[in-house]
Design a protein around this ligand. Structure first.
Ligand SMILES: [Zn+2]
Length: 65
């Protein structure tokens, strides 16, 4: 079994938001599959900040506690 948590970061990926191919893709989410390991969804550095869910104020408070 391959370790899906260590993808090949050097491989160019297509941004899921703008469709551009980027070698600096950032994984923004993972799609669970029944028949195999989760598929990571990538975005370019420009789009990634808009796609990564930010913690809510409530979550921040809980993490500090
Ligand atoms: Zn993009």
């Amino acid at each position: 079994m391959r370790d899906t948590t260590a993808p090949d970061d050097r491989a160019p990926r297509h941004c899921c938001a703008c469709g551009r191919e980027t070698s600096a893709a950032v994984p923004v989410s993972a799609i669970d599959r029944v028949s195999g390991p989760p598929v990571l969804v990538y975005a370019c550095p420009d789009d990634a900040p808009h796609l990564i869910p930010r913690p809510t104020p409530g979550e921040l408070i809980r993490r500090r506690a």
